[in-house]
Design a protein. Structure first.
Length: 148
């Protein structure tokens, strides 16, 4: 028996609603210093990309990075956790989305230091450039995840 028109419309609306919910289901928890403006700008970048973001100001960022096993030379100003992955620094939202879609066997992604042309460090509508986003794993292996 074919679906009635109202049921088809309802099913389509329900599917679209659920697809949007599933796409935005990952909440990113950001740990940052209370005085860091670029961290707040990066959070806005994530929100603009559709992520749900919660932020917590911390005074023990070095200890937190150690807790999440972020290698010293890969550290930046803020640390985020999403679906068990560590996101360190000014990683573009598109890279976080690709990470969550592909689910590679890594600990996380980092944009070491504070790259000048990265989300949160430059004007809002500029594209990232002149830096790499690095993937790192629990064995200390590193590879370029994205090159800008």
């Amino acid at each position: 028996m074919p679906f009635s028109r109202p049921l088809q419309v309802f099913s389509l609306i329900f599917f679209i609603f659920m697809a949007q919910t599933w796409a935005n289901a990952s909440e990113i928890k950001v740990y940052k210093s209370a005085t860091c403006d670029c961290c707040s700008a990066w959070i806005e970048h994530l929100k603009d990309a559709g992520f749900e973001v919660s932020a917590e100001n911390r005074t023990d960022m070095s200890a937190l990075k150690t807790q999440y096993a972020v290698p010293q030379k890969l550290r930046s100003c803020h640390t985020a956790i999403v679906d068990g992955y560590v996101i360190e620094g000014h990683v573009p939202a598109a890279d976080v989305q690709r990470l969550l879609k592909n689910k590679p066997d890594i600990m996380g992604l980092t944009a070491p230091g504070m790259p000048m042309h990265s989300p949160g460090m430059q004007a809002k509508d500029q594209a990232p450039k002149d830096y790499d986003v690095i993937a790192f794993d629990q064995d200390g292996n590193q590879s370029v995840f994205s090159h800008y």
